[in-house]
Design a protein around this ligand. Sequence first.
Ligand code: PEP
Length: 252
Amino acid sequence: MRRPIVAGNWKMHGTRADNARLIEELLAGHPGRAAAECLVFPPFVYLQDVARLLREAPIGLGAQSVCAEAQGAFTGEVSAAMLKDVGCSHVLVGHSERRWLYHEDDPLVARKFAAAQAKSLVPILCVGEHLEERESGRTEQVVARQLDVVLDLCGVGALESAVIAYEPIWAIGTGRTATPQQAQAVHAFIRERIAERDAKIAEATRVLYGGSVKASNAAELFAQPDVDGGLVGGASLNAEEFLAILAACGSR
Ligand code: PEP
C-alpha cells in the first residue's frame, strides 16, 4: 500500500511573516494523523525558520533544489549536507522551472538525485513534457528519457527511497490541469517503465501528479489508481486550499 503524499512547492514566494502565518494556519487545520504525508518546500533562506515553526508537527520539510556537488567553490549553491543540517528530509530535483529556466539537463538532474541520496535526503524527481512534445505524441519518450538517466546512474534500487512527480509543463502554473485520464496514463507508463527493471519497486514507488492541482480537481486526480498524491505549486500558498487538497488525498 503506497501512502500518498501532498507536497507544497512555495517557489520564490513569501516573506518570514507570510510563512509564519501560513504554517500557523496549516498546523491549526492539519488533521494530525492524516492518511497522506504532508510536505512543504520553502525557499532556501526560510528553511531554518520553517523547520523551527514545524518542530514536532506532522508536516515534513524539503528544499526546492540542491547542488550536485558535495562541497567546495560553488558560489550560490546549497549542498545536500546543508539541507540536512537545517532539518530537510526531502528535496525536489529536476523541477521543470530548473530544467528550462536554468538549463539543468538530464545528467545534472541525475547527479543532484544522487547527491541528495548520498546525504539521506529523499529526492522527488520531477519529470514531464512540453505541450509540443505531447501534441507530437512524444510524452512517453520524454518521460522515459528523464527517468532512465536517473535509473542508469543510481540504479532502480534508488527508488526505494525516492519519489517521482509527473508534472506536464503545460499544466504548471497555467491553470490548465491534465485530465485524470491523461495523468493516469502517464503514471501507469512510469510504473511500467520502472517495472521493466524491478516490478516490486515499481509497485511501491509513489508517483505524484503536479500541474495546477486545486481543491476543486484534487479528488478526481487522486482517485486514479497510479496517482499517489500531488506536488502543488500555487495552491500550496493558501492554507485552506492546501488543506482541502490534503483532505482529498487522505480520503482516497
Ligand atoms: C509546481 O510548481 O510544481 C506546480 C505544479 O505548480 P502549480 O501547482 O502552480 O501548477
